[in-house]
Design a protein around this ligand. Structure first.
Ligand code: SF4
Length: 65
């Protein structure tokens, strides 16, 4: 799984951080930071975060094993 966030539309709502705190976080200046290649065990959380994002800023790309 690859994760991309379109920072031009992200409004720092934080729903992704709430859903997948091991993947998404805010830095000291409240900018979103995230793992681009999270482990498979976190895939469900990442999908939930993407669905919850009100700005639809999170894109998930599945990779072939
Ligand atoms: S939920 Fe969406 S808008 Fe909010 S911080 Fe995450 S990516 Fe950005």
């Amino acid at each position: 799984m690859r994760v991309t966030v379109d920072m031009t539309v992200c409004e720092s709502h934080g729903q992704c951080v709430f859903a997948a705190p091991d993947v998404f976080a805010f830095d000291d200046e409240d900018h979103l930071v995230y793992e681009t290649a999270p482990p498979a065990a976190l895939a469900g959380d990442v999908r939930t975060g993407a669905l919850m994002c009100p700005a639809r800023a999170v894109t998930i790309t599945e990779e072939r094993a």
